[in-house]
Write a protein that binds this ligand. Sequence first.
Ligand code: CP
Ligand code: NVA
Length: 313
Amino acid sequence: MKDLLRTADLSRADVELLLQTAAEFAVDPLKASTALAHRTVAIYMTKPSTRTRLASETAVAHLGGTPIFIRGDDLQLGRGETISDTARIISGYADALIVRTYAQSDVNELGKSASIPVINALTDDDHPTQLLADWLTIREVFGKEIGGRKFTYLGDGNNMSHAWLIMGAIMGAHVVTATPEGKWAPDPAVVAQAKTIAAGTGATIEVIHDPEVGAKDASVLYTDVWMSMGDPESERQAKTRVLAPFAVDGRLMSMTAPDSIFMHCLPAHRGEEVAAEVIDGAKSVVWREALHRRTTIQALLFHLVRGDIQGNL
Ligand code: CP
Ligand code: NVA
């Protein structure tokens, strides 16, 4: 596999390899400090980023390479140069391209046109690198044996809910999304794809609309912002009203399993999708999860550039 364009591109074996290597990088970040020596990784982002940008730049540095950060409108793309011409030029200078933008189709086209690995660092539809950090965190807390555990995402049926369903399906987990019905539910095509993957891995996929049913006995409660980057401001009021019952507060947390954890990809908005008492409380693992963005992106770059990722053939 050349690129990581969608979470669903990864096989279970790929995820296991990446988590194993990431765990090694967590212990010794300089374990492969010359893997990208004299090489460059372009990081192109048309949306803001705190974690993914820092994780990507530091990951490249720890592999001995040089990151080149390119902000959205810095490229000639905005002035009509095509994606395929851009991909061709970047491929001549860099050894990998990490890209964060709006349309998944743009990332797909970059992948098709570039001769170097292209990594999706978030689109409107997906966030594959986040899920690697999430599952490294889950693995550290609960170990490999996850039978009988329930992994619930609560809130907006957005890119994170999609990635949550797909990665849970790949990992053979009991995954749940509890979101509003209709407009802010996960894309039915993604749900169908998660169910197809689940049929081969023994995962259980539950797409529900009741936050309390989602929280009950869950080992993980995961949530994300209600207004994602690029969401129309005009929808804020209606969306906030519909999502209010899905806010993760102490009451919902108290319905979860005794050893449950709270996860969030961040950035968080205390008092909206999560109460301060939860994200700043004893069950929250969000800081560890955020630091694993670096170790997992480091592992991904390391293996993708070497051609070790087999993909979900
Ligand atoms: N979780 C995440 O992707 O954070 P950033 O938007 O800060 O990169
Ligand atoms: N759903 C959020 C995730 C941010 C990491 C967004 O797309 O803005």
